[in-house]
Each structure stands twice: as C-alpha cells, then as structure tokens.
Design a protein around this ligand. Sequence first.
Ligand code: PLP
Length: 373
Amino acid sequence: MKLFDVYPLYDVCPVKAKDVHVYDEAGTEYLDLYGGHAVISIGHSHPHYVNRLQEQLQKIAFYSNAVENPLQQKLADEIGEQSCLHEYQLFLCSSGAEANENALKLASFHTGKKRVVAFKNAFHGRTSAAVAATDNQNINAPLNQQQKVTFIPFNDAEALEKELEKGDVCAVIFEPIQGVGGLDMPEDDFVLKMEKLCYQYDTALIADEVQSGFSRSGTFFAFQNNHIKPHVITMAKGMGNGFPIGGILVHPDVQPKYGMLGTTFGGNHLACTASLAVLEILKKEELQKHAKKMEAYFRSKAKKIKEATIKGRGLMLGLEFDFEVGPLRKRLIYEKHIFTGGSSNKNVLRILPPLTVQEQHFDKFFNALEDLL
Ligand SMILES: Cc1ncc(COP(=O)(O)O)c(C=O)c1O
C-alpha cells in the first residue's frame, strides 16, 4: 500500500532522539532547533517522561470518557497552578485543530452567533471551522468555504469594531505570536482593545496558544504578557512532548452542558500522564525561566547577523532575511546537521527548540549560519 503523499519530505530518517538531538540509522547526530514543529518541550525522551509513561502503560492506558478518570482533574489542577488560571475549566482533546474546533463551536453555542473574525496570516489547523479561520485558501476545500470568516489585519481596531458591531460574530480568534504565519505579534494596545470590544459586543475571544503555550514564550501562555482574560484558550503541541494531546481552557462565564463537546480519545490515561510529566519537568527544571534566558542569549548572538531581523519571543523565535530561506534550511540540515523551521513568510527561518536548549547549541547554530551566509 502506498502512503497518501501530502508531505514534501527531507531525506532524513530519525530513529532515536535524546534531549535536543535526533539520530538517524547511521548514528548521525542532528541538532533539533525545530522541536518537531514546537512540540518537544522538555526534550526528547526525557527519562522522567519515559518512566511516567511506562508506569502508566502497565496500569491502564485508555478508557472512555463515560467513566471517572482522576488523572484529568490532576492535570487541570496542575495547569491551574502553573498558569495561575485557577478559575478556568479544562476540556481535553487530542490535537491543536481539534482544540480550536471545540473553541469555535463553544463560542457559537455561547453567543448563538456564527461568523468568525480571524487575522491575516493566521493558522489554526485543518478541521472544518479551524481551517476556515486559517488564512490560506490553498488548504480550504469548497466544503470549508461555507463557514463565514472575515480576515482583518493585526492592530486595526477600527476594522475589528466595524465587524463586531454588525452583531453576528461569535468569536475573534488570534495567535498571540503567529506560528506558521512567521512570528508576527499584535501590539499590546490592540490586544487590550480587542478584549474590551469582545466583551462589549458579546463575542468570545479565543487565544490560540497551540504553539505558544506551555511556557514556550517565556510566560505560561503568551497572552499573559497582556493580562487579558480570553473566553477560551486553546493548547496542544508542547503539552504532551510528542504524545498527542490538546485541550481548551474555558472562562467561568461559559457554562458547560452535557453533550456540548465530546471525544473518544481526548483526556485518556496515557495522554494525561504525558502532560503531567511535562508539567512536572517544566516546574522542576524551571524551563520557563530558562526559555527567557536562552531568548536573551539567542538575541545577543543574532544581533551580529547583519542580514537578519529577529522576530518572536521566548523560544518561539525567527530570523527574517531579505531572501527566501528554503535553500538555507536545506543546507543547514544536509551540511550542518541542524533542523530549523520555515513559515508561510518564506524569508523567515524559525527556531523552535526543546526548552532545554543550551548556549552551546545556539553557538553551533550561529557558527553554521555564519559559515553558510
Ligand atoms: C497556532 C496553531 N494552531 C493550531 C495548529 C494545529 O494544530 P494540529 O496540527 O495539532 O492540529 C497549529 C499547528 O501548527 C498551530 O501552529
């Protein structure tokens, strides 16, 4: 049977991984500054993570959401503690798109409306409403185009108010730091205004923290830099360090009802254990603080690259050049054995390493980059 060929692949086959490195069959070591697309938070195959999953697997891996699973409450308590968002409610699912799909659905249930406002260059996933709120017509099928979504630019409060005052918008969805779009961020004043307008016009504000959440940005969630209270916060990638888990945090104003949301796999025993292990290591190894320290180090080194502008925050960083970075990324992989990320802004090289990355790894990257440039 052939694989359904939807991914252009690099000619590399990792078979083993440890902390910030992956290894192919020949034992060649690659420095992972891509984190499998911002997924690896506490480092590949962290011993605590491996032990916790092995122990859980011996006990029970899965049972449906029709019975009690105390691991879900443990996870809610720990996310509450680390994010300081104790009053929010947790619903678990299995991916970033599913988290956004649930968030948009909830916004529609809550407000009784159905149009969505999203932002230019946004990426929210590939399911029905999530992909419709993604600013890329190439990945929207005719089916998805039935959803009513209006795209506006970041920082245009006038355009936002013009849409919200029409009275039919259930949700405004935004990435506090755009991922796939190329690391643009809304201005602080605009974020505050957006929150105010959403409350004023009875519209739910959704913060998509699928990529920026779980300490990658240097705060637990990136929006916490702005001290706002979104109605729904969505999360996934770094949450499970590679184990498929996603979730939404729901403001107490939004009340649950039986049947409103549901899933077979979401919140299973193994997934909860993976995420609890991630949170335990984030706390023990103080990786949020470390992310900020490593951002400062990255910036100090990047300043010396005259050809590049630095973008992003925490360990969600990018270098914007005045040329397309595709060929450079290829040379970094094949000649220097370093994984980096691209973006829909073809001039941006993205850096999304495990949060355990150290100065010497950035030294290696900048030496390689200087050499290739
Ligand atoms: C901000 C953001 N939201 C949603 C998604 C979709 O997540 P998933 O691929 O887990 O469905 C992504 C994936 O890159 C993302 O970056």
